[in-house]
Design a binder for this molecule. Structure first.
Ligand SMILES: Nc1ncnc2c1ncn2[C@@H]1O[C@H](COP(=O)(O)OP(=O)(O)O)[C@@H](O)[C@H]1O
Ligand SMILES: [Mg+2]
Length: 257
């Protein structure tokens, strides 16, 4: 995917993303981090056609996504929005089956290929045993994994995930990141907005730091996530140490006197 000079705004408000250009590395995991309100979700919406650009383009295999038919786009690009709302009473397998819509005719029944994709996606997030369970009876981590399975079942070569690990404890966040990473290892191009800088740095091949609607820095996590950058972009005083080649952010404690 390529984002060219993209400017995004809501209505007549000032642009939230301005003149942003980004080459998303194919077949890799790109993590987008940045302070609250810096425009990460808006960027992902612009990249998935949920927000129409004021100017600029998003290219998928060289084609402007705003010129692709909706069904064609849905076969190319899977999107997990921030904080999706689970339909009441739906089972895990039913929710995952919704990912197959772009491949099916209107009212058509699930084909053997659909069934295989659904089972494979549920297996990838280790929820095969819970497939008939209502999603609203699952834990937060399991629910998040069902949503990811839905996007995986869509079988798209490109994935955009907005905060797939939010509200999860670290162990469950790691489970989810392992699945997201595996998608990239299997050749898909993945862009994930992540909250946790250390987790993002552990998993990302390419790290994009957004500050105020623009890219403040991008590159390998170890090159990008510096103490200066954290101070500049996040207003955070922290020590950065390296563990296993990836930066770990240790925020400075500030005690009231
Ligand atoms: N639907 C919307 N309508 C109007 N303004 C919005 C909308 N969504 C987000 N914004 C504004 O855009 C800015 C960036 O928001 P967002 O992209 O959600 O940031 P992030 O995901 O980095 O926290 C914020 O100032 C927010 O108030
Ligand atoms: Mg957001």
């Amino acid at each position: 995917m390529h984002v060219e000079n993209l400017t995004l705004a809501y209505g007549a408000d000032a642009p939230v993303v301005s003149g942003l250009t980004l080459e998303v590395p194919a077949g890799q995991l790109t993590a987008v981090v940045g302070p609250n309100g810096s425009g990460k979700s808006t960027l992902l919406r612009g990249m998935s056609r949920l927000v129409t650009p004021q100017s600029g383009q998003v290219l998928l295999d060289g084609k402007d996504i705003h010129k692709l038919p909706a069904r064609e786009l849905a076969r190319q690009l899977g999107v997990l929005p921030q904080g999706p709302v689970t339909p009441e009473g739906i089972t895990a397998a039913e929710l995952v089956s919704r990912g197959r819509h772009p491949h099916r005719g209107l009212f058509a029944r699930l084909t053997a290929e659909d069934d295989a994709a659904i089972s494979e996606a549920l297996a990838a997030v280790e929820l095969t045993e819970l497939r008939e369970r209502p999603v609203d009876q699952l834990s937060g981590g399991q629910r998040q994994r069902v949503w990811i399975a839905m996007v995986l079942a869509q079988g798209t070569p490109h994935l955009l995930l907005d905060e797939p690990t939010t509200y999860l404890d670290l162990a469950h966040a790691v489970d989810v990141m392992n699945v997201v990473h595996a998608a990239a290892v299997s050749g898909r191009t993945v862009v994930a907005v992540l909250h946790d800088l250390t987790l993002a740095a552990q998993y990302a091949d390419h790290l994009v730091v957004m500050g105020d609607g623009q890219i403040a820095a991008e590159g390998r996590p170890v090159d990008v996530l510096t103490e200066e950058l954290l101070d500049e972009v996040f207003g955070l005083r922290a020590t950065v140490v390296e563990v296993g080649g990836a930066p770990v952010v240790v925020p400075e404690r500030r005690l009231a006197v």
